[in-house]
Structures are given as structure tokens and as C-alpha cells.
Design a protein around this ligand. Structure first.
Ligand code: NCD
Ligand code: ZN
Length: 371
């Protein structure tokens, strides 16, 4: 049966819009899905580590990045949250300047060298010593966490009983929460049962985003035939982890979990000696999320599913970041949609699920969006 439902436009609490030529495409794709507001990541080149004034070769300012986004269509978003990239140069005074001058709402922790353009991050201990988290707590600035331990051995990075994310949520985050119980924290793109357990049982000031790919796929989908368009960080995990993520989003009245696609465009996914981490999902994120809810056992003909989906897409993230829920709407219809690669002046972007080499039907888009 073909059916439709209409929701308030949604909030993407974690997206990479990038810079320059890519922006026209990434912003238009994002808006085309009924996305009202975004939190756009600061791992640009150079990274966004200062507040205002001119950028330099090693550091971009939030105000310049804001202007660049606006010049490429981001003025159509209802809200645009731009976090500051935490690095060795971040100081409490800089954070105060951010709040004063640009209403700084969030800062991003990247594990040093842990993912795409994460070369500038400092270890957690550094920010503790410098009073950064203390100041963030006092100013009400949200800590956006890429929750993976860095500097692990290869054996610990991804193994049967331990991996970089699991280690972070078992050993680092509990310590951080004990030390700063009132700090607002978003555990971004969580992938493990351990992260789900910690966030579910935490107070309301600790929340998490979950991507469509981590809800839909497991590491087997990536590894069979090396489906490199699924290569992102944190890596896809196991069935037990995916089940925990699915359970988290379908728990009635849950307020801890919300959409954050981590849509991350790469025009060159593979090189001679590696693979760029990041999945591009901007043109189809609500479609993929709807498929994930169905895979989790929900039927969109029921009011309870619609409520769960609305909370996840349109309500919980806004509430956490203090944004008004959109008064505009978008409509989803259960009918297949077509998806094509995006040509940009920097090269081609292949959005998920195109590019995947499965023989089954689990990756075919079964939903369409109209705005
Ligand atoms: C992101 C990117 O490409 O910027 N990549 C990814 O695999 N998710 C960075 C990040 O969020 O880790
Ligand atoms: Zn990201």
C-alpha cells in the first residue's frame, strides 16, 4: 500500500557541508530533504579554530565560514549551528569571545588523527587541564564528541571484544561525566552497544546522534566485496551493536537519541593506498532513516511509529540544542525514489545507497520525500 505522512521539517545535528565548490551541492541536497536546520562540522581545511576576523593558513574563523555558507544558500536553513574545533590553541577566553560575538553553542572534540581532518585535535586530558570543559559547562556550550579512543594498537582498534569506540565509552566518557556531571554532551554517530547503554542510562544532558548507515548496515556489508562507499568512521559494527542502536530509536518517549547523519562528501573515496572515511547521505537521509525504522520492526501505518520517527527527526535534537521545532513541514511517501551521483566542479559524489554492490534489495530506496 502507498501511504504518506507529514512531519515538521527535521534537524540534522551532524553534517559535513565542506567548502568552496562542494557547498552548492551539499547545501541544496540537504535542503531538498526537508531539512530545516543543521549543525555543520568544523573539520574544514584549515579547521575552524577561531571566532572572528580574517582566517589564516592554519585556522579559519567561525564568522568567515558562516559567511561562506550563507553565500552558497545556507540562508535557507532556519538554524545553522557552527561548532568550534577544539585544539591546542583553544582557551577559556576564546570560548567567552565565541558566546559574546557569535552565540557559540557547541565545540567539537576530534580524537587526534582519528578521522578525516582530525589532525589538529588534542587529547581529552589537555582540555581538562586547560579548563576548557569547565568553561563550556559554565557557558552552557555543548560538547560534540567523536567518541573513539586514539593511539590504540591495531589489535585494539577493531577486534572481537574491543574497538576504539567501545574503549572510549567504557573508559573515557564515564570519567568525563563524573568530573563534569552538568556538561551538555552529544555522543556523535554512536555505533556500539556500550555507547547506547551509557547514553540511555545517562541524565538528560547527555544525548547521542545516530547515522542512517549505522542503523542499516553492519561491518559485513562493508567487507563483503569491500563496499568502500560504506567506509566511514566510526566503522560499521556488529549485529548486536546495530540491534542496540535500533532498540534505542524505537524506545517509546525516548529523548536521548536523534538524527545526525554525519553526511560526509568525498569526491575521491579511494586512493592507491587507502580509503577516505565518510558516507554521503545528504540527498536521501530521511528515506534511509525511514528504512531503518522499518528494519527495526516499525510500521509507518501506526501512530506510535510516526511519533517515534518525529521525535528522532524533528523534536529531540531541537530540544537538546534549544532550537524551536520547525513550523514548516515535509512529506514522506512509501514509493521508490531514484538517486543519481552528483556532479560538482570538484568531482563526483556518490550518495548512499548508490555505489553499493549488494545483490539483494535491502539497499533500494523505498521512500520519497516532497517539500
Ligand atoms: C567525516 C568526514 O569525512 O569529514 N568522516 C567520517 O567517516 N564520518 C569525519 C568524521 O565525522 O569522522
Ligand atoms: Zn562527522
Amino acid at each position: 500500500m502507498t501511504y504518506s505522512f507529514t512531519l515538521p521539517r527535521w534537524f540534522d545535528a551532524h553534517v559535513h557541508l565542506r567548502q568552496g565548490n562542494l557547498l552548492t551541492t551539499t547545501i541544496a541536497d540537504q535542503l531538498s530533504t526537508g531539512c530545516a536546520s543543521v549543525l555543520a562540522m568544523p573539520n574544514t581545511k584549515p579547521p575552524i579554530t577561531r571566532i572572528s576576523g580574517p582566517s589564516s593558513e592554519t585556522s579559519m574563523t567561525l564568522s568567515e565560514y558562516h559567511d561562506e555558507l550563507m553565500n552558497h544558500g545556507a540562508d535557507a536553513f532556519e538554524n545553522l549551528i557552527l561548532p568550534l574545533y577544539l585544539c591546542h590553541q583553544t582557551t577559556p577566553i576564546l570560548l567567552e569571545q565565541g558566546v559574546r560575538e557569535v552565540e557559540l553553542k557547541a565545540c567539537k572534540y576530534y580524537p587526534p588523527k582519528g578521522t578525516t581532518n582530525a589532525d589538529h585535535g588534542a587529547p581529552i586530558e589537555h582540555y581538562i587541564k586547560q579548563g576548557i570543559f569547565e568553561t563550556m559547562k559554565e557557558l552552557g556550550i555543548v560538547l560534540c564528541l567523536h567518541g573513539e579512543s586514539h593511539s590504540l594498537s591495531h589489535e585494539q582498534y577493531f577486534d572481537q571484544h574491543i574497538n576504539a569506540e567501545k574503549d572510549f565509552y567504557l573508559n573515557t566518557l564515564p570519567r568525563l561525566i563524573d568530573k563534569y556531571p552538568a556538561l551538555k554532551i552529544v555522543c556523535e554517530h554512536i555505533t556500539t552497544k556500550e555507547a547506547c547503554d551509557l547514553v540511555s542510562s545517562a541524565d538528560a544532558n547527555v544525548a547521542a546522534t545516530i547515522t542512517p548507515q549505522h542503523l542499516l548496515f553492519t561491518v559485513g556489508h562493508l567487507l563483503r566485496g569491500f563496499n568502500y562507499h560504506l567506509y566511514c568512521l566510526p566503522l560499521l559494527k556488529f549485529e548486536e551493536d546495530r540491534a542496540a542502536l535500533r532498540q534505542a530509536i524505537i524506545t517509546p518517549n525516548q529523548t536521548h537519541f536523534f538524527a545526525g547523519t554525519d553526511s560526509a562528501p568525498h569526491t575521491h573515496k579511494t586512493t592507491d593506498c587507502g580509503c577516505a572515511a565518510g558516507c554521503y547521505t545528504a540527498p536521501v537521509a530521511p528515506n534511509l532513516y525511514a528504512m531503518a525504522f522499518e528494519a527495526a520492526g516499525c510500521e509507518f501505518s501506526s501512530d506510535s511509529t510516526l511519533q517515534l520517527f518525529k521525535n528522532f527527526m524533528s523534536t529531540n535534537g531541537c530540544q537538546f540544542y534549544g532550537l524551536a521545532e520547525s513550523t514548516k513541514t515535509f512529506t514522506m511517501t512509501k514509493t521508490a525514489s531514484e538517486l543519481t551521483p552528483r556532479e560538482t566542479n570538484d568531482g563526483t559524489l556518490v550518495p548512499l545507497p548508490t555505489g553499493l554492490n549488494f545483490t539483494g534489495t535491502e539497499h533500494l530506496l523505498s521512500w520519497s520525500v516532497t517539500i
